[in-house]
Design a protein around this ligand. Structure first.
Ligand code: CP
Ligand code: NVA
Length: 307
């Protein structure tokens, strides 16, 4: 029975921790996995631009002995040419997995239904699970046990925030989400993440007040305007600027590290000097995209399964 990876919300904590552990093993002993995807092909279909996701999947699959076919749906004018279900069903005739970055989560659900091979979410409007796995892998490398660790996400409540809330609960990490009023996370996804947090004995705090981030070991932020959002920056800048991650906020909260999924906008959601500082985990997160995704691919495509 094929399995998809659209959100992680249906995963158990033990399976998620095992996936982090597999990523660490692949990272430290890459040669043991060089044939893990031998003879396998993965199609990566992107409706939106990407640097990290595209390259880390391509290079990572190559390191596992597999092969990636990149499809730029806009450049190849795929969208609108045929129904999504037919695209996915056709791709599944040749590929062993489909990686897709799409505008609408519903497109992924359609792909998953129509495809006989696993579909992996490479970002949609609501989730970014591959990013969240890399982030929790990074935090595990830094802290080991995450039981007493709190990450404060500060900024726009978006796809990255949603997946961070879910993955943190599964990994045993506390999360505080601080957004400006009107830019909160989705109510249903927050409710789901709160249930996961309760089940796994972690905390999830949601607030508009920066005071809530006090005591967090790690501050995390993302762009104020996600891909596809055509709101002019000038229209939201004043609302978001007080939530910028900068030296003052690091000092006020007592945080040790700063995280960002990237692409980052220097001196908007985070200061350039913090990105370049000793507190920055940004490049460790970026590197871990590949190791996390390779663990997902091994988990979904190679034996034995950890889920
Ligand atoms: N973090 C992330 O997904 O980056 P890209 O948009 O460059 O893939
Ligand atoms: N929230 C951002 C994440 C980019 C990796 C976006 O969707 O554009």
């Amino acid at each position: 029975m094929k399995r998809d990876l659209l959100t992680f919300s249906d995963w158990h904590s033990e399976s998620f921790k095992a996936l982090i552990s597999l990523a660490q093993t692949i990272k430290t002993t890459p040669l043991a996995y060089r044939d893990a995807l031998a003879g396998k092909s993965v199609v990566a279909l992107f409706e939106k631009p990407s640097l990290r996701t595209r390259v880390s999947f391509d290079v990572g699959i190559n390191k596992l002995g597999g092969h990636l076919v990149y499809l730029d749906s806009q450049a190849n004018n795929l969208s609108g040419r045929e129904d999504n279900v037919d695209v996915a069903a056709n791709l599944a005739c040749w590929a062993d997995a489909i990686v897709a970055r799409v505008y609408q989560h519903e497109t992924l659900q359609m792909f998953a239904q129509a495809s006989k091979v696993p579909v992996i979410n490479a970002l949609c409007d609501r989730f970014h699970p591959c990013q969240a796995l890399a982030d929790l892998l990074t935090l595990t490398e830094v802290y080991g046990d995450l039981k007493d660790v709190t990450v404060a996400y500060i900024g726009d409540g978006n796809n990255v925030t949603h997946s961070l809330m879910i993955a943190s609960a599964l990994a045993g990490c506390n999360v505080t989400v601080v957004t400006p009023k009107g830019y909160e996370t989705d109510v249903q996804i927050t409710h789901l993440a709160a249930q996961l947090a309760e089940h796994n004995q972690t905390t999830l705090t949601v607030s508009n007040d920066l005071q809530a981030a006090q005591g967090a070991q790690v501050l995390y932020t993302d762009t104020w305007l996600s891909m596809g959002d055509t709101t002019p920056l000038e229209q939201i800048k004043d609302t978001f600027m007080p939530y910028q991650i900068n030296d003052q906020l690091m000092a006020a909260t007592g945080a040790q590290y700063v995280m960002h999924c990237q692409p980052a906008h220097r001196d908007l959601e985070i200061t350039g000097s913090l990105i370049d500082s000793q507190y920055s985990l940004l490049m460790q997160q970026a590197e871990n995209r590949m190791h996390g995704q390779n663990a997902i691919l091994v988990n979904l495509l190679a034996e034995p399964n950890v889920e």
